[in-house]
Design a protein around this ligand. Structure first.
Ligand code: C5P
Length: 306
């Protein structure tokens, strides 16, 4: 059902994510990998504003803005086009993205912008899409996009898009060290496969156990216990990311030296994530790490109209 569209701009706030468990199964015939992917949304946000326009226009400001594509390849633009197509309307919108999430950093910044664009355009155009329709469109756009819409914490199965919400019993305090230059997600998955074959194992679904959520990790999230969570954080893409960017090993070690309970590469990297014992410890770790580092709490809500 269509509602009256607002004539003014709509701004949507969307969170970054860290994967507290990223278990990578075998490569499927479609080239994707089966995952057990436990997402946690963190309070580092991009803002996507949709305003009335003739045709589709994209602008951006904020961190790393020079590396944000401003053409039809941007996932936010693709989201607007996909929504318009679904409703048989023209994608007339000016999308403006204010970036705080690192670009190509393994924190789902592009996915967040796509989820934000969908929610903002739905409101601007009055398309009145249901949450299920929006989640379907998200899954078509990318494996991490549905989680950016939902936020909180969730287990993603399949290629990461089939979500089950998870309980989080308290706040967690994270620090993110941003590496200069991004990493290509497909390249990191390819390197993961290569390392598996080089180690004498296979890289196909038949060669590897089906990925599953770690019950202890799910319990640690539900308990809101950072020490318990720190003991079980895992990322099967970490060896590949560090292999492609060996300097990340020193960043991970610096975080542990600085008092982090645990350190891991965020998703496909190259951002490194550190779980801190408190908000104060996160702030002081962010201040002492070399390079750009940001403290952020978790969990954070999903895409929210401001
Ligand atoms: O779904 P998305 O577009 O984010 O995926 C980007 C790339 O990451 C895919 O083309 C694929 O190479 C890799 N990928 C994968 N298995 C997944 C998710 C992503 O191999 N479950």
């Amino acid at each position: 059902m269509r509602s009256d569209p607002p004539v003014t701009a709509v701004t949507v706030r969307v969170p970054a994510k860290v994967n507290v468990q990223l278990t990578v199964g075998g490569r499927r015939p479609d080239g994707f990998h089966d995952l057990a992917n436990v997402f946690l949304a963190v309070g580092l946000y991009d803002h996507v504003t949709a305003a009335p326009a003739e045709g589709l226009r994209l602008t951006a400001e904020g961190r790393d803005v020079a590396r944000v594509p401003l053409d039809g390849t941007n996932l936010a633009a693709r989201a607007a086009v996909a929504l318009a197509k679904r409703y048989g309307i023209e994608p007339d919108v000016h999308l403006h993205i204010d970036k705080a999430v690192p670009v190509a950093g393994g924190m789902a910044g592009g996915s967040a912008d796509a989820a934000g664009a969908l929610v903002a355009c739905d409101a601007l155009w009055g398309t009145g899409a249901s949450r299920e329709e929006l989640l379907d469109l998200c899954a078509e756009l990318g494996s991490d996009v549905p989680f950016s819409l939902v936020g909180g914490a969730a287990l993603g199965l399949g290629r990461g898009e089939r979500l089950t919400p998870l309980e989080v019993g308290g706040g967690f305090h994270w620090v993110f060290a941003v590496a200069e230059g991004g990493l290509s997600t497909p390249e990191v998955y390819r390197e993961c496969d290569r390392l598996r074959r080089a180690g004498g194992g296979g890289d196909l679904a038949a060669d590897l156990p089906a990925p599953a959520a770690d019950p202890e990790l799910v319990a640690a999230l539900a308990a809101g216990d950072p020490s318990r969570l720190a003991a079980v954080l895992t990322n099967d893409l970490q060896a590949a990311a560090v292999g492609l960017r060996p300097e990340l090993a020193a960043t991970l070690a610096a975080g542990l030296d600085g008092g982090a309970l645990a350190a891991l590469v965020s998703g496909s990297g190259p951002t490194c994530a550190f779980l801190a014992p408190s908000a104060a410890a996160a702030d002081s770790l962010a201040a002492t790490l070399p390079g750009r580092a940001y403290a952020a709490p978790a969990p954070a809500p999903g895409a929210t109209i401001l």
